[in-house]
Design a protein around this ligand. Sequence first.
Ligand code: FE2
Ligand code: FE2
Length: 194
Amino acid sequence: MPLKTEKIPLAHPLLIDLLKMAYSAEKAAAFAYQGHAASVKNKDEKAAIRQIEIDEWNHRREVLQIMEQYNVPVSRYYEVRFYIIGKMISMSCHIIGWFMPFYFAGRLESGNVCEYFRMKQYFNSLGIREHDKTLYEMGIKEKEHEVYFLEKIKTNKHLPLFEKLFAWGVFKSYNNIDLDKKYPVEDSDDYCRK
Ligand SMILES: [Fe+2]
Ligand SMILES: [Fe+2]
């Protein structure tokens, strides 16, 4: 009789929810960057944002692969919710000027970084280490996105006010990763610990 490959269920509700949410949120991000890339005139900015959009689609694919491995279904609720959010942000990029799409993209990326490091911690708490590298790389990629957007606006005259109002900018980040002094994957347990 052929061996059946059993899918192992994940005994971790927070992890399951985080996977479902990240999968759908990556689509929202990709949609948002479609609008963002279309709204900027500068060719280099367009190309960079287009590349970030591709990164987000890749993340979505990688998250799905992990979900399938543990039989985690895609959430229809998150898919609809993030579809609407992504399309709304995408449209708004055409009407809110140059600064705000860069600012809020950076702020969002800043928060996304820790989603992948938190996933890694959750998997590790179950004794599962096989996704460490993938999750680490996705988290670092989000950090690179954050840094790209911050670099674009860090000398902009609007930033001090926005940083005060929305708690992200040159002095405030939603994660503790420093790309210049990056820890390797095996020493990255202190990233995003609350
Ligand atoms: Fe992403
Ligand atoms: Fe990103």
